[in-house]
Design a protein. Structure first.
Length: 288
């Protein structure tokens, strides 16, 4: 029982730190890489990262309950709540890992990612969301176009200002004739997505391992408490017995009544029953 409490206390610290790292990194990367929702067809795969956010949030109450279990080992409600919470978090993280494998598959298929980016590029002139997404991606990744900056000439007469490191074309700066970074965005996008998938998978797998240990320790504590209460022996009942019964039990009922009545009238209930308790009558022992 003591060892399981120590294990749960260690797991609580790991869940707190791991959940903070997983939730913070996932939220920041999704916010920073939000342009992929419009520039590619990976919106569904990236949306599965919400499962990691949910699992990371459940790490906080699981950490708190894990610190309470060593002090309330016999609380079945507390142990059951912790087990349910950890199980739900395990399911969410496992589902998130299986869903993000589709994103990992997309990073191993440059042709499919290239085709989806070219389709989105064709909508850049009519969709403001796609236009702003491509602008953010080209400035963030320091690239231009998909394969190269010449991809833009298929849909417009000149390249966008983002290829020159500007958000818009100023009147005095003129148009962007030659890109600041002529390389395409396909290569940097694949590397960024692969790094995102690998880091997220490693952190999630580590948290899943810690949660599995937490679930095992909690189950062990619960079962040990139930077995201990079931095998707990009853304390023997001790009964005090009198070897010599009082004298009034051997007398008849009328005599007993007279003795007790007289003792009560004399303000001495023990008179005639326990002679040793009768006050002394010697004047020497009772000074006036």
């Amino acid at each position: 029982m003591k060892s399981s409490g120590l294990v749960l206390f260690v797991c609580a610290g790991l869940l707190l730190s791991g959940g903070a790292v997983l939730g913070g990194s996932t939220a920041w990367n999704l916010f920073r890489m939000s342009y992929y929702f419009w520039t590619t067809d990976l919106g569904v795969e990236l949306g599965s990262s919400v499962l990691f956010l949910s699992g990371a949030l459940l790490c906080l109450p699981a950490c708190w309950l894990s610190t309470l279990v060593p002090y309330y080992k016999k609380s079945t409600t507390l142990l059951a709540t912790l087990m349910v919470l950890v199980t739900v978090a395990l399911v969410l993280l496992s589902t998130g890992i299986s869903s993000i494998m589709a994103l990992s598959k997309a990073t191993r298929d440059p042709a499919g990612l290239n085709a989806s980016m070219l389709r989105s590029m064709s909508l850049e002139a009519i969709d403001p969301a796609v236009k702003s997404a491509f602008t953010a991606m080209q400035i963030e990744l320091k690239c231009c176009g998909v394969q190269s900056h010449t991809d833009w000439y298929l849909h417009r007469r000149n390249i966008p200002p983002a290829c020159c490191g500007r958000l818009f074309a100023g009147r005095q700066e003129g148009r962007c004739a030659y890109p600041l970074h002529p390389t395409g965005c396909l290569g940097p996008a694949i590397r960024e997505l692969r790094l995102y998938v690998n880091s997220l998978t490693v952190v999630a797998c580590g948290i899943i391992l810690v949660m599995a240990v937490t679930l095992f320790a909690t189950s062990y504590t619960l079962v040990s408490g139930v077995v201990e209460r079931a095998n707990k022996t009853l304390q023997p009942l001790r009964i005090a017995c009198l070897n010599n019964s009082p004298a009034f039990l051997h007398r008849n009922s009328s005599a007993n009544y007279n003795v007790v009545t007289g003792a009560i009238n004399n303000n001495n209930p023990t008179q005639g029953i326990y002679p040793s308790l009768v006050p002394p009558t010697n004047p020497a022992f009772c000074p006036s």
